[in-house]
Design a binder for this molecule. Structure first.
Ligand code: 13P
Ligand code: SF4
Length: 304
């Protein structure tokens, strides 16, 4: 923390000067999560917060699709992402043409698109979802068949939770969560009896089936806070456990974990530079933004 202190001080001063707020995702490193973020949370919480904040500038400490979502919801604000290369394997897996291909394959079926996508893909979809409301959104669709893009594993996990729907999916995946296998979890349980296994729903369905609980990053925090297990293994990105460990000293968080190389592109130095230079402004073409806003707002309205 001694090393971080000058950055934290300089960022907090610049934040006041620019009338900026920092929205930090749960996968940010602890110095960003605890040191400089005004609001922290999962994708849904950050999207809702973007509609509520009154600042002139939003600095999105997360990945590019999150900054784009903030810009879509708050077009009059300046939205900065400290590193334009902070992408996401799910967002890269599909284009608007892919959405149209799914519509041709399943005529009349609504398209529920994960927020981990570009504005272009959101604009081509009927409604968005996040990992904390996906089952609720799919369950609310009128059609028996529902297209989910682009995360095949989230879709398969939702299909299990909403058995009255026929869920079909695009073949995208998250490079962090797809690495876990059900055998990893069985082996871990055998060697570490009594540890609570908690998986993000971007994990394959057999991994989720082996876990004690599955939920979005805020769902994971709520579960651990309510249950306070003696030992917990979070089957998700590494910073999640580091960020919540301080608030939950009675829980021992054990490894291993997987790192998201995209989330880790955001550093204190880059946040300071973007606030100083105002570089890294996210823009979304207005007509596309209006269409994408419709899909994101429909999700927010349904999840309230
Ligand atoms: P959450 O919505 O659960 O925070 O997930 C975002 C994400 O990118 C997980 O990999
Ligand atoms: Fe994308 Fe996976 Fe990284 Fe989340 S953890 S940003 S889904 S690559």
């Amino acid at each position: 923390w001694v090393l971080y202190a000058p950055y934290v001080k300089a960022i907090n001063e610049l934040k006041a000067k620019r009338n900026a707020v920092i929205l930090g995702h749960n996968y940010m490193t602890p110095e960003i999560y605890h040191g400089i973020s005004d609001f922290v949370g999962d994708s849904l919480q950050l999207a809702i917060k973007a509609t509520e904040v009154e600042a002139d500038v939003i600095v999105q400490c997360g990945v590019h699709f999150m900054a784009e979502t903030s810009k879509i919801l708050s077009p009059s604000k300046t939205v900065l992402i400290p590193d334009m290369e902070a992408g996401c394997s799910l967002a890269e897996s599909i284009t608007a043409e892919g959405v149209e291909e799914m519509r041709r394959r399943y005529p009349g079926a609504p398209v529920v698109t994960y927020v981990n996508t570009t504005a272009e893909v959101k604009a081509a979809s009927d409604i968005c979802c996040t990992s904390s409301n996906a089952a609720q959104i799919v369950g609310a669709m009128e059609s028996d068949t529902v297209i989910m893009t682009p995360d095949q594993y989230l879709a398969q996990n939702v299909a299990r939770d909403v058995p009255h729907k026929k869920v079909v999916w695009w073949e995208g995946s998250c490079i962090v969560h797809e690495q876990y296998s059900a055998k990893d979890l069985r082996d871990f349980r055998e060697w570490n009896p009594g540890t609570r296994l908690i998986a993000h729903p971007e994990c394959p369905p057999d991994v989720v089936a082996e876990a004690d609980f599955s939920g979005s990053t805020s769902g994971i925090l709520k579960y651990v806070t309510d249950e306070k297990p003696e030992k917990a293994l979070l089957i998700t990105e590494c910073s999640m456990a580091s960020n919540i460990a301080d608030e939950l000293p009675e829980v021992e968080f054990v490894g291993p974990c997987n790192m998201c190389p995209f989330m880790k592109k955001i550093t204190l130095e880059k946040v300071l530079w973007s606030l100083h230079s105002m570089e890294g402004q996210v823009e979304v073409e207005p007509v596309m933004a209006a269409k994408a806003r419709h899909a994101v707002q429909a999700m927010i309205d349904l999840s309230r």
